[in-house]
Design a protein around this ligand. Structure first.
Ligand code: SF4
Length: 353
């Protein structure tokens, strides 16, 4: 972990210069960290400085990950039927979205999905269920299928099963699960606006249980739910304090039938500033451009990979993603390579963008 220097802001909102972003990158590359005022200045920065900001984020991203891109493949092993009321989610009890609803998939279907993940050069296969927390049967199922998947395919396994007790987290670790995904989603302040059936503290407790069990942590959030920029900074800072290894940044796909169906406030440049802020606050974490990238980043998707170093390949939980061939083409055209190696391979200093 980088040392925490005195967090004197280096840039102030409205007074940025292109070179300021490189000073932030210098600080981070020297082992320091940026403070919340700098993080906020990134989110407030003008479009005219966007390329300089991305260039600064790229220097940090390249230092830790070179020109590599890690791919993740998602399988929704149980869809819909969730008793929670997360406003962004098409699978919640308050959602009227037209989505497939099914109970736990069979083992052969999961193995078939793992095969697809391996064929698509994914590093990580993510097993997701819609639930407040997993039932005994669901935990048993995951603990049984994970060794079978790992025996057949060279895949890391990430499990996203809802709130977990310390005992459940330990069982997953013992079964060979590498990582658990449990997103903070937003700030503690804004959390009650998007969910009332569980709390932000419940989510943090699950991350702590997973950390204690020796599992790696995957936790990120969603931009564009009506939160403020301060909320986004709070979330990024909390992820840094927890020390999560993997951060998916989603951009709200306001699905018809969900409480947030009319919320759509992001520009592609906002998304890029969010990714750059996340990179500079969490320099060595794997940062993933997650759900909503096709909708919100549009033709600027590829620029996101100058800050982020991973993405999902294929579909999301209940929405379709870009075709895998389009992702491979984008990665190749950027001169990037798909890696299935370690998440923090230190590579030589970058060329300039
Ligand atoms: S707990 Fe998960 S599946 Fe359930 S409503 Fe919330 S985000 Fe959706």
């Amino acid at each position: 972990m980088p040392s925490t220097q005195a967090l004197t802001p280096m840039v102030s909102p409205g007074k940025t210069t292109p070179v300021a972003w490189h000073h932030l990158a210098d600080r981070v590359l020297d082992g320091g960290s940026i403070g919340r005022e700098d993080a906020l200045a990134i989110l407030n920065s003008p479009d005219v400085e966007l390329l300089d900001l991305l260039a600064a984020a790229w220097r940090v991203r390249h230092h830790f990950f070179g020109n590599t891109v890690q791919l993740f493949f998602l399988m929704n092993a149980k869809s819909g039927l969730c008793p929670e009321d997360c406003g962004y989610c098409s699978q919640s009890k308050v959602s009227e979205a037209e989505i497939p609803r099914y109970n736990l998939l069979s083992a052969p279907k999961l193995l078939e999905a793992a095969k697809t993940a391996a064929e698509r050069q994914s590093k990580t296969f993510c097993i997701v269920i819609s639930a407040r927390s997993p039932s005994e049967r669901e935990i048993d199922f995951v603990c049984k299928i994970v060794p079978e998947i790992k025996q057949q395919y060279d895949l890391n396994i990430c499990a996203c099963l809802g709130l977990l007790t310390p005992e459940q987290a330990q069982r997953l670790a013992t079964a060979g699960v590498d990582k658990v995904n449990h997103n903070l989603n937003t700030s503690e302040r804004f959390y009650p606006e998007i969910c009332t059936t569980h709390t932000y503290a419940d989510r943090v407790a699950t991350l702590e249980a997973c950390r204690s069990a020796g599992l790696q942590l995957c936790s990120g959030g969603i931009m564009g739910m009506g939160e403020t920029r301060d909320d986004l900074v709070d979330m990024a800072m909390e992820l840094r304090a927890i020390g999560v290894e993997s951060i998916p940044l989603n951009f709200l796909n306001s699905i018809d039938g969900t409480p947030l169906e009319t919320t759509n406030r992001l520009t592609p440049r906002d998304c890029l500033r969010g990714l750059a802020m996340m990179r500079l606050v969490n320099p060595s974490s794997e940062i993933r451009i997650a759900g909503g990238r096709e909708i919100h980043l549009g033709s600027l998707q590829s620029l996101g990979l100058y800050a982020a170093n991973s993405m999902f390949v294929g579909d999301y939980l209940t929405t379709q993603g870009q075709l895998p061939d389009a992702d491979y083409k984008m990665i190749a055209e950027m001169g990037f390579v798909i890696t299935r190696g370690q998440e923090s391979d230190a590579l030589p200093m970058p060329p300039t963008l």
